[in-house]
Design a binder for this molecule. Sequence first.
Ligand code: IMP
Length: 424
Amino acid sequence: MPAVVLVGAQWGDEGKGKITDFLAEAADCVVRYQGGSNAGHTVELDHEKFMLHLIPSGILHPTKLCVIGNGVVIDLGKVIEEINGLQQRGIDTSNLRISNRASVVMPYHKKIDEIEDRTKKIGTTKRGIGPTYADKISRTGFRIGDLLHEEDFREKFTAEVARKNRLLVEFYNEPGFDAEEIMAQLMAQIEILKPYIADTGLLLHNTLKAGQKVLFEGAQGTLLDIDHGTYPYVTSSYPTAGGACVGTGIGPTEIGRVIGVAKAYTTRVGEGPFPAELLDETGELFRTRGAEFGTTTGRPRRCGWLDTVILRYAARINGLTDLAITKLDVLDSFPTIKICVAYRYKGERLTEFPDSLHVLEDCVPEYIEMPGWNQEISHITEYADLPLATQAYIAKIEELSGVKQALVSVGPKRDQTIVTTRLF
Ligand code: IMP
């Protein structure tokens, strides 16, 4: 299967970084297609832990081509920081390629994100993601390739900074930015990044044409999708499988498989409705046992039981062919385990994820309860060796989501992954 897309099936933080790193072993190329440094992908190797925000998790495999596609918004300082951090730890980054069509996150985007979230209260990561995508859609943004034409860029950029300063100074009563100062910084940064910049759409086309295996690594998750998520409590990109095409320039017929990564329970960071959220000590248990704190912002994640209404929705929106179920070991010591199977809304039973936030806000979860397994599973390497109660829990997830699992993860390390289906 030449092209495989990996997406978050919930609200992000499903453990995509670990699964991408694991699958990267069999891939030739790993690609990020949306989002920016709002993402936080954690990969734990034997004695080391890596936190990646922009660079695909495949970078930890030295021979793999790693691509940041056109759909990503790039904070140049952050990507350089990440490259330097990896190099200092002996990781070769020469196989990294960055799209010349990717949008650049400017200092004013981060400032506007911070200011506007004070009133919008989305709970953004303040990385400038929304304002950068807004400018891209308004056609007032700048792409990586624009920075390679200094004189033309200077003229347009100076005019844009003047417009942004009017907004900041006159409307928000905040200090403005010095265009020349940012210009100098950008020119120095683009010089460092030059060797990495490429026409990545063409590169991926040729890679696929040569029969190589490409893994598309989604960031965030289905319910944070700008169109299909819990709008307006979403990110500003397309984390769903369709985003892999628009965010990289490959056609949909290239995609053979779509893997949905789902945590064995549910978490969410930031504001917005979350029907299965637990505000009690069980929620607190998930947070402590699962170390549920944001990789990018350190914020505590909101936690709840697994919601299969969401998984059915993710299966539909992404066309999931397989599930990767992560953090199963976090449930090791629960005597019984609940699964949300439907919502109750004003006396009605809903089995499909509502298309209205007003409805979702008033949904009450309907649970079934299953026996827990009450034993450690993080050392198990064969599916058949999992306790029967764990296997029954997984089978119930498959039944309720309509998607078969292809792998389950029982710990943060590479070898704590049980594979039942070959994905490449
Ligand atoms: P933004 O992407 O910074 O604009 O934030 C918008 C919403 O998406 C907020 O609720 C964030 O907490 C959430 N979000 C953004 N990136 C991630 C992620 O990588 N994991 C989980 N939530 C995220």
